[in-house]
Design a protein around this ligand. Structure first.
Ligand code: IPM
Ligand code: MN
Length: 371
């Protein structure tokens, strides 16, 4: 198959983690006879520096004309620490989500046995964790009207949801649950918020059409606790934009590291694939960031392209690196491998260049292919 992919490296560690995904995608293309074409575009602080805007029009144009978008990370401390900044990198990502109508952000949470020791949870709570968060991505408080009073002493952010906005993502989440363990948990704050009560009403109305799915309703504060206490109870979590942002970072620690968590964002047009993590500016350019969140997002992209076998091979390669302790600094701060080495190893595995037992002592830092 031939696919055109817009690649947005973005800020901080974005370029170095995305480069590893490209290595892996190229290896897949080679083995499975696909043609992947990449068009590199700007967004975020990088785009502000180079063009004066966080999302240049040609980036939107390229995304709209592509089969998918692979995105790295966004954000820079010079904006985080300046609440008065009018232009902010994140505006680029929010505008892109809106322009591509990416209304559903899908974040799978998987616990890897090889990383259990890193989780703050006891091993017995971790076995078999497998749930997916469906986060609404183009509405709610992120996109409502906002204002700051002239004297700067008061501010407001509106949270608005419409029935169709809730229905379209709920349909996706219900159908997804039907293909899994058939349980859907709506996470909201219906005891306080009018928007949450609308979410509950709409989901309740839709539930009979998905009678094989058990629906559960949970307040977000309780959900935050249940994710830690008893994560196995979840199959598909459906929630609004901001709650989804918060609980997905929380849930990612169950995997062992935020650096491993992938996501896909889908809607009416081109889909976008990005790791959950941020731009991690302290690590930028040091070749120490974990590229697996990006590589696993690329695997989600392959699945979206209708290449399940290719996606499975990438996931298998990732598991192989973890089992053999080829891990980045976030996972093992003493015996760690570099970002680029992990990318080489995953690509080598995918290309069948790794055969037989691995001789750990023969693997040198930055020399992944010598095994
Ligand atoms: C995410 C990020 C973004 C969000 C930021 C960078 C705007 O945290 O994708 O989870 O809040 O949606
Ligand atoms: Mn987030």
């Amino acid at each position: 198959m031939k696919k055109n992919i817009t690649v947005i490296n973005g800020d901080g560690i974005g370029p170095e983690v995305t480069a590893q995904s490209i290595k892996v995608l190229d290896a897949i293309a080679h083995i499975y006879n696909h043609e992947f074409h990449y068009n590199y575009c700007l967004m975020g602080a990088d785009a502000i520096d180079k063009t004066g805007t966080p999302l240049p029009d040609d980036t939107i144009e390229s995304c709209l004309n592509s089969d998918a978008v692979l995105f790295g990370a966004i954000g820079h401390p010079k904006y985080d620490n300046d609440p008065t900044a009018k232009l902010r990198p994140e505006q680029g990502l929010l505008k892109l989500r809106k322009s591509l109508q990416l209304y559903a952000n899908i974040r799978p949470i998987t616990a890897y046995p090889a990383l259990q020791h890193l989780s703050p949870l006891k091993a017995k709570s971790l076995d078999g964790i497998d749930f997916v968060i469906f986060r609404e991505l183009t509405g709610g408080i992120y996109f409502g009207a906002k204002s700051l009073s002239d004297d700067g002493s008061s501010a407001h952010d509106d949270c608005v949801y419409t029935k169709p906005e809730i229905e379209r993502i709920a349909h996706l989440a219900f159908s997804y649950a039907q293909k899994r363990r058939k349980k859907l948990t709506l996470v909201d704050k219906a005891n306080v918020l009018e928007t949450s009560r609308l979410w509950r009403k709409v989901v309740q109305e839709m539930a009979p059409a998905y009678s094989d799915v058990t629906v559960d309703y949970m307040f977000v504060d309780n959900a935050a606790m249940q994710i830690i206490l008893y994560p196995k109870q979840f199959d598909v979590i459906l929630t609004e934009n901001m709650f989804g942002d918060i609980i997905s970072d929380e849930a990612s620690v169950l995997c062992g590291s935020l650096g491993l968590a992938p996501s896909s964002s889908v809607g009416t047009g081109t889909a976008l694939f990005e790791p959950i993590h941020g731009s991690y500016p302290q690590a930028a350019g040091k070749d120490i960031a974990n590229p697996l969140g990006s590589i696993l997002s690329a695997a989600m992209m392959l699945e979206y392209f209708g290449m399940p076998e290719e996606a499975a091979v990438v996931r298998k390669a990732v598991e192989w690196t973890l089992q053999n302790k080829f891990v980045t600094k976030d996972i093992d701060s003493i015996n760690f491998y570099f970002t680029s080495t992990i990318g080489d190893l995953v690509a080598d595995y995918v290309s069948n260049k790794i055969t037989g037992e691995v001789n750990q002592t023969n693997i040198e830092l930055r020399k992944s292919t010598i095994i």
